[in-house]
Design a protein around this ligand. Sequence first.
Ligand code: ADP
Length: 161
Amino acid sequence: MKTSTAVYPGTFDPITYGHMDLIGRALKLFGKVVVGVTTNPAKKPFFLLEERVALAKASVKNLANVEVKSFDSLLVDFARAENASVILRGLREMSDFPSEFQGATVNRKLEPSLETVFIVTSEKYSYLNSTIVKEIARFNGKLSEFVPGHVERALREKLSK
Ligand code: ADP
């Protein structure tokens, strides 16, 4: 597997230590991880696409073999364009499973050669998601355990506007 490329798709609104933990662990399995930041208008993201990409890029700048790109296409087409053989997703809790199972099945129908691989979240971050981070930021709570400093500053700056 060390020679394969995995795409790690998501909204990353914003990237958290949970996402970064998953990327770090994926690097032990795959030769390259391409973080794919989706437009996802259905989720009405707080940060613009370019901002989410920039925050993710800054978060992984010290990691070799990680790239951050945006995409606005079918995930299987993005994976194909990146020469990836794996779609990587995180599983935090049981409630993640139904939609992840559906997504993985649909993607296999669309592109049978792509495998979806799930990495189970570290207990340390299993409670953490971008929504909680935004909620804490809105009420001016402490964020240092959840996101890197530059993400915290971006949250505070955007909320102050
Ligand atoms: P999406 O809207 O596609 O679920 P997210 O940015 O919320 O995008 O999540 C992207 C991926 O990162 C998903 O596979 C999700 O399960 C995983 N993920 C989110 N939070 C964590 C976390 N705390 N630890 C590990 N993986 C996570």
